[in-house]
Design a protein around this ligand. Structure first.
Ligand SMILES: [Mn+2]
Length: 391
């Protein structure tokens, strides 16, 4: 059996783990072909926050919820943050949206039209004002900007325009605020994306300053990309700010974290543990970025939180002394066996204990189903328009 040096330290680390949920995971979503509406889906930002608070109530591990502007636009953001606080959660990252206006057909902050660049940059500044009101630390930026055809626009000029907009947003940040710059290989642009990979994001962050960090969305890479290498590299450079966890089989599928490749999630979390970066005080925001198109949304988010916890527990169980000894002696098979022993451990009983110690039900999904919450929201939210993409 594997040797675990200090099981109480493992349990303590798991109890302290924090995972941020996305408001949009609770609304209706779909593919480009169809959005399937579900009963009980939130109609307002407040109802999305109530659902996120429900996930936190059953997992004890999801005390913040990310908002998306303008999908979660309200008149009084300070009041929204107080409402969240009353439900036991805080407002997390503020996500910007410069991809849904007709103006952005040729790009937002990289658009060849300076008037459209101004409009997009003003939206980023508006998001920082929202952060001031909600007490949020993180400004999350993802740009759909890119081009579909060679020659459509100048690749280098677009980088200059991007840098200009990022600088303006960065200079607007308060002392305790920061930028999370997300990258994505392709889609909606199919030939060249302006922030396609971690290297581009990293370089812009370095140029901006210490308050700019990279956000890794696990679904935003080419197939076969070694994401844990990117994690290790960015941690070493102190430039990893956040994850958008989700699963993909093909492209940016946004399925539940740990559903498609739990082994990859374990390898990622091992690099986090290896860098001692799990502690919330280290400043890495472990977020979910998912869409639950056909499955029930709240239990899917609960399951996702549990999947991240399971991958983390396995990563914490790696016998690092044995691993280091095997690595030093060139024991290829032995080192790999140490890794696999941890991965193959059934950590569900351990996590059930951690939950019981916190006064939680050891099975959060079953507890949610028994709670009657789903039936209540289905009845209460029968009238009015459901929130979804673009709402
Ligand atoms: Mn994302």
């Amino acid at each position: 059996m594997i040797a675990v040096p200090d099981l109480s330290a493992v349990k303590q680390a798991l109890a302290a783990q924090r995972i941020e949920t996305p408001s949009w995971a609770f609304g209706n979503s779909g593919t480009r072909f169809k959005v399937f509406a579900q009963p009980g889906v939130p109609r307002t930002p407040e109802e999305k926050i109530a659902d996120a608070a429900t996930v936190n109530r059953f997992t004890g591990a999801a005390p913040s919820v990310a908002l998306h502007i303008p999908w979660d636009r309200v008149d009084d953001y300070a009041a929204l943050a107080r409402y969240a606080g009353d439900l036991g959660v805080s407002v997390g990252a503020i996500n910007t949206n410069v991809f849904q206006d007709d103006d952005y057909k040729l790009g937002s902050v990289t658009n060849p039209d300076p008037g459209i660049r101004r409009k997009a940059t003003d939206h980023l500044l508006e998001a920082v004002a929202v952060m001031d009101a909600t007490g949020s630390r993180d400004l999350k930026l993802w740009f759909s900007d890119g081009i579909n055809y060679p020659g459509q626009d100048d690749l280098r000029d677009r980088q200059d325009r991007l840098a200009t907009a990022l600088r303006e947003a960065y200079d607007r940040l308060g002392d305790d605020q920061r930028i999370l710059l997300e990258y994505k290989l392709f889609e909606p642009a199919f030939y060249a994306t302006d922030v396609p990979d971690w290297g581009t994001s990293f370089a812009h962050c370095v140029e901006l300053g210490p308050k700019a960090t990279v956000c890794i969305d696990t679904g935003h890479h080419a197939p076969g990309t070694n994401i844990e290498f990117i994690v290790a590299f960015l941690l070493r450079q102190d430039r990893l700010g956040a994850f958008d966890f989700n699963s993909r089989f093909y492209a940016d599928d946004d399925l539940m974290a740990g559903a498609a490749d739990p082994f990859q999630l374990f390898r990622i979390m091992y690099e986090i543990v290896r860098a001692d970066a799990l502690d919330p005080a280290r400043g890495i925001n472990f977020m979910l970025d998912q869409c639950h198109n056909i499955e029930a949304k709240i239990p899917a988010v609960i399951r996702s939180v549990m999947n991240v916890q399971e991958a983390t527990a396995k990563a914490l169980l790696v016998d690092r002394a044995a691993l280091a000894a095997a690595q030093r002696s060139g024991g290829v098979l032995e080192a790999n066996a140490v890794f696999m022993d941890a991965y193959n451990t059934d950590v569900r009983p351990l996590l059930a204990e951690v939950r019981a110690d916190q006064g939680l039900d050891p099975d959060p999904v079953a507890a949610y189903k028994r709670s009657g919450y789903q039936e209540r929201i289905t009845a209460d939210r029968a009238g009015g328009e459901q929130a979804g993409w673009g709402a």
